[in-house]
Ligand binder design. Structure first.
Ligand code: HEC
Length: 249
């Protein structure tokens, strides 16, 4: 320092030591050393700010496992988010029954559930969700308003008539078990698919002591085609024309 020929100006004083001795005395009018200014910025750490703390790795792990589990669970059991699906894996059960069928095939694995039993369970769900509000859980209906399904000829006689009625509904006076009802039975053509309609038909034919045979999705599919020209609810005469009048036994 003492060797300095001319004392530097005040502004340049701080950075004098960094000056290139070869250039000493030459004024490039830039006595500030950029690197040195930046050094102090780099040295001083910025104060941490609230809300920017890193998340704990453990927490990230737990969230990851939860999402993974949720994804796998949904993938297996989402059941198309359909409240009328009794068993999300019903398809595999039915498929198992179809393939594993072969009546006592050597060591038939895990006795596949009887398709009718599966249909009855699905049918109960469909019934509870769509029919019980009017025909009641007991199938007895409500006097003067909703006809009973228990021991009803509409339920137990012609299968085609029953499916036609479920597809397109019914209105106007109708005699069931000796009593006249005059209400409106909704059409289920659009709300229920073949499998669901076959299941609910099978259910009402076999529940409450009813003794009708099962109805298959194929029968429903065929009836959709056969009765496609019906565009509004049936009246009693039209229903009785399907497979002849009801035979009171
Ligand atoms: C909004 C009330 C209502 C709902 C819901 C309803 N029904 Fe009906 N159902 C009726 C009425 C009313 C009649 C009689 C129609 C008439 O008077 O013409 C009837 C008639 C019937 C009949 C023929 C008569 C008999 O008692 O056997 C059957 C079978 C039947 N319904 C089954 C069903 C099934 C299965 C469902 C569900 C998929 C269902 N109904 C949902 C009101 C309803």
């Amino acid at each position: 320092m003492s060797s300095e020929p001319n004392p530097p100006s005040d502004a340049a004083n701080e950075f004098q030591e960094q000056e290139n001795p070869a250039l000493r005395g030459i004024d490039y009018s830039e006595s500030t050393n950029v690197n040195q200014i930046h050094e102090s910025i780099l040295r001083e750490k910025v104060d941490p700010q609230e809300g920017e703390e890193p998340i704990s790795l453990v927490l990230i792990g737990i969230i990851g496992v939860t999402l993974l589990f949720g994804g796998i669970y949904l993938g297996r059991y989402w059941g198309a988010f359909d409240g009328m699906i009794y068993d999300e894996r019903a398809r595999s059960v039915v498929a198992g029954a179809a393939t594993g069928g072969g009546a006592g095939a050597a060591g038939a694995p895990a006795a596949a559930e009887d398709p009718v039993a599966v249909a009855l369970k699905l049918g109960k769900r469909v019934y509870t969700a769509n029919c019980a509000s009017c025909h009641q859980g007991s199938g007895q209906g409500a006097a003067g308003q909703y006809p009973p399904l228990v021991a009803s000829d509409y339920v137990l006689q012609s299968e085609r008539r029953l499916i036609a009625l479920l597809l397109h509904g019914a209105e106007g006076p109708m005699t069931v078990k000796g009593n006249v009802y005059n209400g409106a039975m909704p059409a289920w053509e659009k709300q229920l698919n073949d499998k669901q309609m076959a299941a609910v038909a099978t259910y009402i034919r076999q529940e409450w002591g009813n003794n009708g045979g099962p109805i298959t999705p194929e029968q429903v599919a065929a009836a959709r085609v056969e009765f496609a020209s019906q565009t509004k609810a049936y009246n009693e005469a039209q229903l009785l024309a399907i497979d002849g009048p009801i035979v009171v036994k």
